[in-house]
Ligand binder design. Structure first.
Ligand code: TXA
Ligand code: MG
Length: 323
């Protein structure tokens, strides 16, 4: 882990207070942070990412007490927060009447997503700034999420005041998003906390797709490399790279990276986005991906891979869309 000078945190706080964007590490992926209480700063986040729709943002807070000031917790929400915070779990709850977070972050809904990240730098920044930070993944809309500071600098370097470098992200896929404003808890996005672990606490989850703005039956292209992605591959075709999983990766592909030679899903999640980037080479024709088990973190990995493989929007030069 990189040790940061105190002056870097001070510089970040000053930039945030001036309404500028600061990228920071979390345990899942790097976030594109902004002062959640400023409409202008929140609008700049959408603008910097090139987000075509106002998909709602997550407010990051240092602890449960800070979250309770923003949203109205139900008992299941509190149980989940106690079990998994700080950690890769986001809870969507009704906004408090006096919630100071910009309505833009809720994108017109009466709910707000909140999370306490499990990363020392993120927690130091939140403590020093003293206000919640909205932070979507620090990538351009539709592209791969960043799991290292260099990924952020490549895509958004000219749009952020600074990038706090915390080294590679430990979890590697985004947080699990649980909706708690309906009759039953709903899985809005599989992520770093396995859905099974959430269900062990609050019972069966409703499957609700990815967020409220998702059109039914449609799989958005998202988390996408430039090359086409082919799933459930047993081997690479000529010109294809192979993203392998487990000990029996076939040989002979133009390039091969194994997400986890021992078949460890946590290791695979941590490697996913960085390996997709490394295989996304202009001298190759596509990326073939071996099957990943649909359990535990495998659900989050497969969700991201299905979106990476989904048909891309027709606009030339526009590779994908999403958050
Ligand atoms: O791990 C993460 O969650 C990372 C790090 C930086 O914290 N952040 C992240 O943010 O992935 P973003 O904006 O890329 O994804 C936020 C997800 C989206 O699927 C969005 O639709 C959902 O959370 N979401 C946010 N607010 C919501 C709301 N009020 N109701 C339903 N879904 C919401
Ligand atoms: Mg994202």
């Amino acid at each position: 882990m990189t040790i940061l000078r105190d002056s870097a945190i001070e510089e970040a706080v000053a930039a945030l207070a001036a309404g500028r964007l600061v990228a920071f590490p979390t345990e899942t992926v790097y976030g594109l942070g902004a002062d959640s209480t400023s409409d202008t700063a929140v609008a700049r986040v959408y603008e910097a990412k090139g987000r075509p729709t106002f998909n709602p943002l997550i407010a990051h807070v240092p602890d449960l007490a800070a979250a309770e000031r923003l949203v109205a917790f139900s008992e299941p929400g509190r149980q989940l927060a106690r079990a998994f915070w700080p950690g890769p779990l986001t809870l969507v709850l009704p906004r408090q009447p006096d919630c100071p977070v910009s309505l833009l972050a809720s994108a017109g809904l009466d709910t707000l997503a909140v999370r306490v990240p499990d990363h020392p730098l993120a927690l130091r920044l939140l403590g020093a700034f003293g206000r919640p930070l909205v932070a979507p993944s620090a990538n351009l809309s539709g592209q791969l999420s960043p799991t290292a500071a260099a990924h952020v600098r490549e895509a958004l370097g000219d749009k952020v005041a600074l990038v706090l470098d915390g080294g590679p992200c430990r979890v590697g896929v985004e947080s699990t998003v649980i909706g708690l404003s309906g009759a039953r808890p709903a899985l809005l996005r599989p992520g770093g906390v396995p859905a099974e672990a959430v269900e062990a606490i609050v019972g069966a989850l409703e499957a609700a797709g990815d967020g409220p703005l998702r059109s039914p039956g449609q799989l958005d292209s998202h988390y996408a490399p430039a090359l086409p992605v082919r799933l459930e591959a047993t081997a690479a075709r000529p010109g294809e790279a192979l993203l392998a999983f487990g000990p029996r990766a076939p040989t002979g592909a133009a390039a091969t990276l194994d997400l986890s030679p021992t078949g460890d899903l946590a290791e695979a999640a941590a490697n996913l986005f960085a390996f997709l980037r490394r295989l996304d080479r202009s001298d190759l024709d596509g990326i073939a991906v071996m099957p990943i088990p649909e359990r535990g973190l495998g659900r989050a990995i497969n969700d991201r891979l299905r979106r990476a493989a989904a048909p891309r929007p027709g606009t030339p030069g526009l590779k994908g869309r999403g958050t």
